[in-house]
Design a protein around this ligand. Sequence first.
Ligand code: HEC
Length: 160
Amino acid sequence: MKALFLLILLISSLFALPDEFDREKYNTGEKVFDNKCSECHEKSMDIQLLMKNFIEEDNKLLNLKAPTGNEISFRLKSQIGSREDIEFQLHEATDFVKDYLYNPDRSKTICLEGVIRHFKTMPSMKGKVTVEEIEDVTFFLYFLEGFNDVNEYYHKEDDF
Ligand code: HEC
């Protein structure tokens, strides 16, 4: 009985969300995304479909205007800092997004060349989005992809 209890505890801890996750901040960030980013960025799309669209079909299959939220989410965590320290990585990711949104410059891109080459540089969001909104939307983007139980788009990042 005790062993079973320990086993359940172990399994549930494997799927537990990190301490850094905050549902309220995530929801606030999602609203910022819906209001200020979704006119160009789709929130989440199937990765196989995206790869087919960008690599094989020259973006003619989906005609996307920008990389999707889940692609950005994955790239933020794989290109900036280390996932070993979520708090610090979130910090660095937020700094990157702040800088990019106010001073977009393709030479700073974290996206895949095969994806980014389909787009013009993002217009600056200076005056259109506040620092606080960027902090919330980055929080949302960070947790959008690869964290189980956060949203319906859960996808194992190892399968990217
Ligand atoms: C008018 C269209 C438009 C809007 C609105 C927009 N974006 Fe973008 N965004 C783009 C395009 C196009 C790209 C790809 C080109 C680039 O990276 O500069 C991009 C790229 C990005 C990138 C990746 C930068 C890189 O290349 O590594 C991030 C992060 C990003 N957007 C975040 C946001 C957020 C957050 C918002 C809302 C606050 C937003 N964008 C609003 C068009 C837009």
